[in-house]
Design a protein around this ligand. Sequence first.
Ligand SMILES: NC(=O)c1ccc[n+]([C@@H]2O[C@H](COP(=O)([O-])OP(=O)(O)OC[C@H]3O[C@@H](n4cnc5c(N)ncnc54)[C@H](OP(=O)(O)O)[C@@H]3O)[C@@H](O)[C@H]2O)c1
Length: 296
Amino acid sequence: MFKFSLFSPQPPLFQIKMDPETDSKLRIGFVGAGNMAFGIAKGIMSGGNILPANVNVSAPSNRNLGRFQEMGISVTNSNTEVVCGSDIVFVAVKPHLVRGVLNQISEYITKRHIVVSVAAGVTLATLEELLPENTVVIRLMPNLPCIVQEGALLFARGSHAKPNDAALVRSLLLRCGLVEEGPEAWLDIHTGLSGSGVAFVYLFAEALAEGAVKMGMPSSLAHSIASQTVLGAGQLLRDSGKHPAQLRSEVCTPGGTTIYGLHTLEQGGLRASTMSAVESATERARELGQNSATRK
Ligand SMILES: NC(=O)c1ccc[n+]([C@@H]2O[C@H](COP(=O)([O-])OP(=O)(O)OC[C@H]3O[C@@H](n4cnc5c(N)ncnc54)[C@H](OP(=O)(O)O)[C@@H]3O)[C@@H](O)[C@H]2O)c1
């Protein structure tokens, strides 16, 4: 059974601008209880400053609520209950559901709220149009590795979001991974690069492992070595601050194995097809955004 334990009957009269690093009273809500909400919730709670009692999550069914409840988070089937019990509300439903959800919660959004949408392609203009005038809105593009606190997150501010709102959201999300702010036009590129990019890396990891299986290595060993290779290469790339081409050349002994393999990858067009993959995913994100803006 799920316990519905939140709801603060009287919202505070003052404008709340708290620092999650120092103030454990900040109340966080998630409308939608899917993978993205779970990843962000895990990340923001990992610092220990946000207490589970101050986090609320809603979804229409109980299907995904159990894992939040296991973390001590209050769960409910009522979106409005989450909004009334939160200062920062993450809208984490599928893009086609955003319009209906915002119509439902809009009348409960007050000046103290910051609404953070993670819905791919749903523009700030659409979000602001569906929310009360002057609502502070942030559009955030996370990616799945938020679940292991190694996400790459880019956000853009709506027209009423101030630098201190951005600083608050950034500080809240820091434990989810890399958090950057940019113009809204970059969010679709970020979707192609990083949201979808995660799947491109998985495809590469799978192909690496399959190459090893072809050469006679048992599949489970090949897959664990491939995932460790992707992890180690990524960590070294990030932590060294070096350009990937430099790290690549450091692995290439003249006439050695790696340059032979790289030549094969270049012959297969890996570089061009990866660039085109980011381009197609970005264009698709833009297309979905235009559809969501025109759909009433
Ligand atoms: N997954 C990614 O890698 C990724 C990356 C970037 C952005 N995003 C964005 O994140 C958002 C969520 O994606 P996801 O992968 O987390 O989706 P998901 O796992 O399918 O979860 C969607 C959640 O929304 C809930 N929901 C459905 N209708 C609702 C309603 N009317 N009110 C409240 N909640 C409702 C679902 O409820 P039930 O639990 O009852 O089914 C479910 O908990 C999407 O907009 C997506 O574009 C995802």
